[in-house]
Design a binder for this molecule. Structure first.
Ligand code: FES
Length: 112
């Protein structure tokens, strides 16, 4: 679900229709909208799993402050999807723990 016509802000202007790949599946987005907005519109609720207890997290503050929405985007972990604009062809992955450069993995403990 997307807000089409806000009572205070008015009609939403949208970029062109694009496609993201989220955990291997296509998700429709509009260029420039936050990645998290496209995910919510597509029914995604879990964006990451916590490092210690592997608990699910999703959108919380939607302001770029809490980090509950971080995901691995184009191989870069810890991207705040609520404030990162969508671009065509982005590869987005659910993050596990602290994430890992280049992929989905990530552990709860650091070595060394
Ligand atoms: S939801 Fe809090 S930083 Fe994105």
């Amino acid at each position: 679900m997307r807000i089409e016509d806000h009572p205070i802000l008015g009609r939403a202007e949208r970029g062109r229709r694009i496609t993201l790949t989220v955990d291997g599946n296509p998700v429709v987005a509009f260029e420039g909208e936050p990645i998290a907005a496209a995910l919510l519109a597509g029914g995604h609720r879990v964006f990451r799993y916590t490092a210690k207890r592997r608990e699910p997290r999703g959108l919380f503050c939607a302001l770029g402050r809490c980090t509950d929405c971080v995901m691995t985007v184009d191989g870069q972990p810890n991207v705040r999807t609520c404030v990162t604009p969508a671009r065509d062809g982005m590869i987005v992955q659910t993050q596990v723990g602290r994430g890992k450069w280049g992929g989905r993995g990530g552990g709860g403990k650091r070595k060394g």
